[in-house]
Design a protein around this ligand. Structure first.
Ligand SMILES: *Cc1c(COP(=O)(O)O)cnc(C)c1O
Length: 230
């Protein structure tokens, strides 16, 4: 992608974060911008890094690990966001700093066992399925959240941080806010083993609503790198 365009996209996204934060009486610095580079070439990652982005999100293990290796000279924080099959947990455990998509015990167990000793514990968000009726992946009840959060908390190579969710797309701000508000409410679930403070929510089309409802990590692909064709 053209570097001038990439720079201007990044400044636009950053100013959207600032104005959404100030509307919500929040500090923009409390909202981490994750640039979602899935399907985009490694040159785009390097260019975005040099334009000031240090957090990158990826969805597909093989592609992601390639980019992690090719960018190992850069100080990047890598976030795994996609659905994870259990035969690919080792690659995520070895190469990533965060995973936002832990949705079942078996995945957590394997990541814990496979996290290299020389690395800090893997930071984890539990993926919730909101709305509960959608056929997406994710934990579907607050009981399910309690159970998985307790397990993750007890694994010493995992560091439980928060919740991620991808609500059903809708264009109406009030409806977006209602869904994000429900997700944020899950952090107050009674009986959680530890205080969870991270809310990974908000993408290109709904980041303002997510920030209004307390998002601490927005995951932006299209509005930084352009449309994906694959
Ligand atoms: C692709 C993806 C994004 C980025 O979505 P955009 O609409 O392109 O900003 C964010 N989060 C997850 C989990 C994704 O898969």
């Amino acid at each position: 992608m053209d570097h001038t365009e990439l720079h201007s996209n990044i400044s636009q996204v950053k100013s959207r974060i600032s104005s959404a934060a100030s509307t919500a009486n929040r500090v923009a610095g409390d909202i981490r911008l994750i640039a979602v580079s899935k399907t985009k070439p490694v040159e785009d990652v390097r260019a975005a890094f040099h334009a000031g982005i240090s957090d990158f999100g990826e969805n597909y293990v093989t592609e992601a690990v390639d980019k992690c290796i090719q960018c190992s000279d850069l100080h990047i924080t890598w976030h795994f966001l996609g659905q994870l099959q259990s035969n690919k947990t080792r690659q995520v455990a070895e190469h990533f700093d965060w995973i936002h998509s832990v949705d079942r015990l078996k995945i957590a167990q394997r990541l814990n066992a496979q996290r290299p000793a020389e690395r800090a514990p893997l930071k984890v968000c539990i993926q919730m399925n909101i709305p509960f009726e959608a056929s997406k992946s994710g934990v579907i009840s607050s009981d399910g959240l309690l159970e998985l959060a307790t397990a993750v908390h007890n694994f010493d190579r995992l560091d439980l941080r928060g919740i991620m969710a991808i609500p059903a797309p809708c264009s109406e701000l009030s409806r977006q806010r209602e869904q994000f508000g429900r997700i944020a409410g899950l952090l107050k679930t009674e009986g959680l083993p530890v205080e969870m403070t991270e809310l990974s929510m908000g993408m290109s089309a709904d980041m303002e609503a997510a920030i209004a409802e307390g998002s601490t990590m927005v995951r932006i692909g299209t509005d930084i790198f352009g449309a994906r064709y694959t």
